[in-house]
Design a protein around this ligand. Structure first.
Ligand code: FE
Length: 403
């Protein structure tokens, strides 16, 4: 038995933000991030449309990037006090992810964070509110997924929460919001989306419903990400759709160990965070080399390579071509190939902000956590802790993976 769950309604294309005026309800909270949506006038627009819908609106602002358990609890308290029947979250992945978790604690105040970190264990939602998500970045696709990533800063761990209960009811994929992304963010979120599509395509849970979405997303991202990075707004618009297609695929096929590694290395080091999309971009080629030791996975990577027009006669040649092409994309987007060249903000640098000694000291612990990550189960090859250590070393030192 398979399950395939998406939002009930998805509005896309320029100006689709206007659909907010057709939501039916009395009260809405609007959950927002750092302030770029306000600066570019989208908050005023959204407020106007929600008022047209006849709703009283309360703002929950300043959700930080990589939202914390504390932010989630504070937002849920505001919701409990105000009593919205719509939760509208607008911005990058963070405010939407945070709002999804707030939703749980709004409807179930007695629930604990510990009790929902187990995948697919959420209580039944929609007893108080429905959820509308409006992304301003082209990457996480959290507007269509069953996932949310919340960071426990005390423990230095990112929890990928997963349950179809938090798949939004309405997604508004309006490319005008994504036009505001700076180039670096465009590159990182775009490679995050590429990783979603590739991992979904080779996942052990991939199926006939997810495969076409993943493949088409890969093609669109391959053809448009660099142009979007260079400021081509036509390509930016296509990327906004492409990342959403990738999200539809991975929400239902799940991911793999590129994400396990990105989750567990993301907040583990004192030098700074390794930005999610940038981590994925660096780790994906290495994980392809590792997974391709499984013949069925190799064949599927070869299918991807053929589909995007890469040259090669054998499966092996096509897998190599895919790895080379992803590395070429990283270079063209000014993304480092490994942690040893990871500078602040995810730019290429001579000296990494992630200290080599600290990395090696924490290697066995991080490897153990990555093996235990919720994304590992659907990876086509199951790594032992020792193999995960070797993979992590390979992504630090940019070594070939041939084990
Ligand atoms: Fe991701």
């Amino acid at each position: 038995m398979g399950r395939f769950t998406l939002p009930r309604d998805l509005y896309h294309g320029k100006g689709s933000l206007e659909q907010l005026k057709n939501l039916k309800g009395k009260k809405a909270v609007l959950v927002l991030g750092g302030g770029s949506m306000k600066r570019f006038g989208f908050v005023d627009k959204a407020l106007g449309y929600l008022k047209e819908a006849g709703m009283e609106v309360r703002l929950i602002e300043k959700v930080e990037s990589d939202p914390s358990v504390e932010t989630v609890m504070a937002g849920a308290a505001v919701m409990r006090e105000f009593g919205p029947d719509w939760i509208v979250a607008m911005g990058g992945g963070s405010p939407i992810d945070a709002a999804k978790a707030m939703w749980v604690f709004y409807e179930y105040p007695e629930t604990t964070f510990e009790s929902i970190i187990q995948p697919f264990s959420f209580p039944e939602l929609r007893t108080k509110a429905k959820f509308c998500a409006i992304p301003s970045t082209s990457g996480t696709a959290t507007e269509v997924t069953a996932f949310s990533v919340i960071t426990d800063y005390e423990k230095g761990i990112k929890y990928p929460l997963a349950d179809f209960n938090i798949t939004p009811d309405v997604a508004i994929v309006d490319p005008e919001l994504a036009e505001t992304m700076p180039p670096k963010l465009t590159a990182h979120t775009g490679m995050d989306a590429m990783t979603h599509a590739v991992e979904a395509y080779v996942s052990t849970l991939h199926c006939n419903y997810t495969d076409p979405l993943a493949l088409w997303a890969i093609k669109l991202i391959h053809n448009n990400l660099k142009k979007s990075y260079d400021g081509d707004m036509q390509a930016r618009e296509i990327m906004h759709d492409a990342q959403c297609l990738a999200g539809m695929a991975f929400s239902n096929a799940l991911l793999g160990i590129v994400h396990s590694m990105a989750h567990k290395t993301g907040a583990a080091y004192t030098g700074g965070h390794i930005i999610h999309g940038c981590a994925n971009a660096m780790y994906l080629p290495k994980v392809i080399q590792y997974n391709a030791k499984v013949p069925e996975a190799a064949e599927r990577y070869a299918e991807i390579a053929r589909f995007i027009g890469l040259a090669g006669n054998t499966t092996d040649e096509l897998v190599k071509a895919l790895v080379a092409e992803l590395r070429r994309m990283n270079d063209s987007l000014d993304i480092p190939q490994s942690i040893k060249n990871y500078g602040a903000g995810g730019v290429k640098a001579e000296t990494s902000i992630i200290d080599e000694k600290e990395f090696n000291n924490k290697l066995s612990k991080v490897a153990e956590l990555a093996v235990g990550d919720a994304c590992t189960g659907s990876n086509p090859r199951q790594p032992s802790p020792a193999e995960m250590e070797r993979l992590l070393k390979a992504v630090y030192y940019d070594e070939e993976v041939n084990f």
